[in-house]
Design a protein around this ligand. Structure first.
Ligand code: F6P
Length: 324
């Protein structure tokens, strides 16, 4: 391997810059040239890249977003788009690609590496934490901290006004952000797609809280949860059925995607970035680097497509006990 390309694709996540830095500097350390492609696969199709040096990634370990920009490329879904991308990579003499992103990014990478002889290595970067083959994805820890900080603030006003707050958090169709931030912020209820408790159980539980002397409550709702049509309708329905509560809604939204990465995400990104290059040098291809029990692992990029890893059901039980 003499030259690699690196890119970020899909939704950005805090810590992606730390991962880019690690990849670029590991390349320099091992005497490999590194091209940074802008806007993910779209940048490869449009030949939009820059040669990266250790100095081109200075002072970015602490920055949110991604200096390489990100996109979800429609062109790359077409055979012509992928052909163009391959031609450009060959022309630039790129021997392998490092893909920083989520499952959409890896699905694209897998198809590409099956069609053309180009090794790919994935680095999991998404706030959703919904990737099989790694316990943690880059950006997840920072997003959790952002959510907990926001919920703490909402709790202040919720308790001053005796209100019931429904707070929607991201996660696509997974409940990792909701479950962990819910426990961390001491939410009374956590609604996640993996465990549909149903409206009746929710109402019962909120009534119980009221009877036990609680005057305000926080319900964390994962965006993929199906208890209501959406969080606004859910709050309206609960408000009608429990008129003693004044129900309000907050959607935290893209705030969860920004901000300076936590130390955990910076360290994770640094470890995964270096290992991605070392695995390539060891001859591994079409893998994703991940972390399991604090050890950096390589899993077949194909295998990670079998759905995300399980949520920690123990946390649901803990949440139930603690919201008494
Ligand atoms: O995958 C990251 C994520 O932030 C999800 O949590 C969310 O569903 C989605 O991306 C939002 O995408 P967009 O930024 O395109 O609205």
């Amino acid at each position: 391997i003499k030259k690699i390309g690196v890119m970020t694709s899909g939704g950005d996540a805090p810590g992606m810059n730390a991962a880019i830095r690690a990849v670029v500097r590991a390349c320099a350390y091992y005497d490999i040239k590194c091209l940074g492609f802008y806007r993910g696969y779209q940048g490869i199709i449009e030949n939009d890249y820059e040669e990266m040096s250790p100095r081109s990634v200075k002072n970015i370990i602490n920055k949110g977003g991604t200096i390489l920009k990100s996109a979800r490329s429609k062109d790359f879904r077409t055979k012509e788009g992928r052909q163009k991308a391959y031609d450009n990579l060959k022309e630039a003499k790129v021997d392998a690609l490092v893909l920083i992103g989520g499952d959409g990014t890896f699905t694209g990478g897998l198809i590409f590496s099956q069609e053309y002889d180009i090794p790919v290595v994935g680095i999991p970067g998404t706030i959703d934490n919904d990737i099989r083959g790694t316990q943690f994805t880059i950006g997840y820890d920072t997003a959790l901290n952002t959510v907990v900080e926001a919920v703490d603030k909402i709790r202040d006003t919720a308790s001053s006004h005796n209100r019931l707050f429904f707070i929607e958090v991201m996660g696509r169709d997974a409940g990792f952000i909701a479950l962990n931030s819910g426990v961390g912020a001491g939410a009374e209820e956590i609604l996640i797609p993996e465990e549909n408790i149903g409206l009746d159980t929710l109402l019962e539980s909120l009534k119980r809280s009221r009877r036990s002397g609680k005057t305000s409550s926080i319900v964390i709702v994962a965006e993929g949860d199906k208890t209501g049509e959406n969080v606004f309708e859910l709050a309206e329905e609960v408000g009608k059925r429990l008129p003693e509560y004044e129900a309000k809604v907050t959607v935290i939204g893209h705030l969860q995607r920004g901000g300076s990465p936590s130390c955990f995400d910076r360290v994770l990104a640094s470890r995964l970035g270096v290992k991605a290059i070392e695995f390539l040098l060891d001859g591994k291809r079409d893998i994703m680097v991940g972390i399991e029990n604090n050890i950096i692992t390589a899993s077949d990029i194909d295998a990670i497509k079998t759905g995300h890893h399980d949520i920690n059901r123990e946390l649901l039980r803990i949440s139930d006990i603690l919201s008494i």
